[in-house]
Design a protein around this ligand. Structure first.
Ligand SMILES: [Fe+2]
Ligand SMILES: [Fe+2]
Length: 401
């Protein structure tokens, strides 16, 4: 399937999926054109960017792949050359197909060496917007017709929406979205799409970091119960908001929030094994109430299995249950978000209101939440860790100075 893919959008993936599901093929190869012969005047994005968007969009689906032969060849590529090259290198088991849109089908016989293309491939005609309300002319060559959903999406429409600051993010696959955001593609120089002010303050994240967050979020989803996952997501969102509010990196806050309970469903044995990895002793309260260990164990797991090195994130996960005296701002934010996120029914409304008040400092908010947590645990006659009480004591003294 050739095209300019400027950018790739979900319509392209839907066509490939229809070919793989409805016809007898095992794989679809996307071949981005160096310069599309049908759009010679197109204001094409850098070929490497178009390739990058495509490659990141097929990740995780072994039925799809991308071949950059036309980009390497440069200049205008004739379809027959690409077809011959692909057949030579991929050695398909049977006659390959070539997917073309019905908007191009009626001119197919005028393509360079079209008879040879027909000899080497089966032409598959995908329905595109063009065919809505139109009778397809009878085609004078053998072909297969694809019964695909017709999406009201085109690359030029996506580009235009990005430039004009309209919504576009879910018209393209997630991988392409990360690349577009990362490289700020298709934005007009006059600033048609400006980032919200609060995002500008924070360092822009690379697509690798964003995909890492998506990966971790999916990992957490498979490791905890659906309701725990919802709690993790709500915690992550509140961490994000609090980081924006207090001027810290919001995506790092989101990551720490989403992973903070990653070990919540682990067995006691596994929790001890992981918690002991940090070399510190396991205090009496954590031996007695082993569920508290999921915080320490979580930090160890994130380091060991997921190679997360960011000390702020590890520390935030490490201290989110009992708290600790060396907690940095992110650790305080995760601790609070975990206790007062929207799905916890017992939270006093004033705490959530405090979060939204710009005049309240991070330490004031933290002390209040910590205090309420202790009150809550006492009311439920639950043991409170020495460390938590010492922390509350030192925070209260600090705020009364
Ligand atoms: Fe937790
Ligand atoms: Fe939690």
């Amino acid at each position: 399937m050739g095209g300019s893919f400027n950018p790739v959008h979900i319509g392209h993936l839907i066509i490939a999926d229809a070919v793989l599901s409805n016809l007898d093929y095992d794989r679809v190869i996307y071949v981005p054109a160096f310069v599309s012969p049908f759009k010679p005047d197109m204001d094409a994005e850098d070929p490497q960017d178009r390739l990058d968007m495509l490659v990141s969009s097929v990740a995780g689906d072994p039925r799809l792949t991308v071949d950059d032969c036309e980009l390497r060849r440069e200049g205008v590529s004739y379809t027959i050359d690409t077809v011959s090259d692909i057949i030579r290198r991929y050695c398909p088991d049977g006659k390959p197909g070539i997917i073309i849109g019905d908007d191009l089908a009626s001119d197919f016989m005028q393509w360079y060496k079209s008879a040879e293309i027909l000899e080497k491939t089966d032409v598959i005609i995908a329905q595109r917007l063009y065919s809505i309300g139109m009778d397809m002319p009878l085609l004078p060559f053998p072909h297969k017709t694809l019964d695909n959903e017709i999406m009201d999406i085109s690359s030029s429409m996506v580009r235009d929406r990005i430039t004009r600051g309209k919504s576009w993010r879910y018209l393209v696959p997630a991988g392409a979205r990360f690349v577009i955001e990362d490289k700020r593609l298709y934005r007009s120089l006059s600033g048609g799409l400006e980032q919200p002010e609060r995002m500008k303050k924070n360092e822009r994240k690379t697509s690798a970091f964003l995909s890492h967050i998506v990966y971790m979020e999916n990992e957490v989803r498979t490791l905890v119960s659906p309701s725990r996952f919802l709690h993790s997501r709500n915690t992550a969102l509140l961490c994000y908001d609090l980081c924006v509010h207090y001027g810290f990196d919001p995506m790092k806050g989101y990551l720490a929030g989403i992973v903070h309970d990653i070990c919540k469903s682990f067995s006691e044995e596994e929790l001890f094994r992981l918690a002991e990895k940090d070399g510190a002793e396991i205090p009496k309260i954590e031996r007695k109430k082993t569920s508290l260990l999921h915080a320490r164990a979580g930090a160890a797991l994130l380091k060991e299995r997921y190679h997360i090195q960011d000390e702020d994130v590890l520390e935030a996960v490490r201290w989110h249950t009992v708290g600790g005296k060396s907690m940095g701002p992110l650790a305080k934010i995760v601790f609070m978000a975990d206790k007062i996120e929207v799905s916890r029914p017992e939270v006093k409304p004033y705490l959530r209101e405090l979060c939204a008040r710009p005049s309240v400092s991070l330490d004031e908010l933290f002390t209040t939440v910590l205090d309420e947590t202790v009150v809550f645990l006492r009311a439920k006659e639950q043991d409170i860790s020495e460390g938590t009480l010492r922390l509350l004591d030192s925070m209260s003294r600090k705020s009364h100075k």
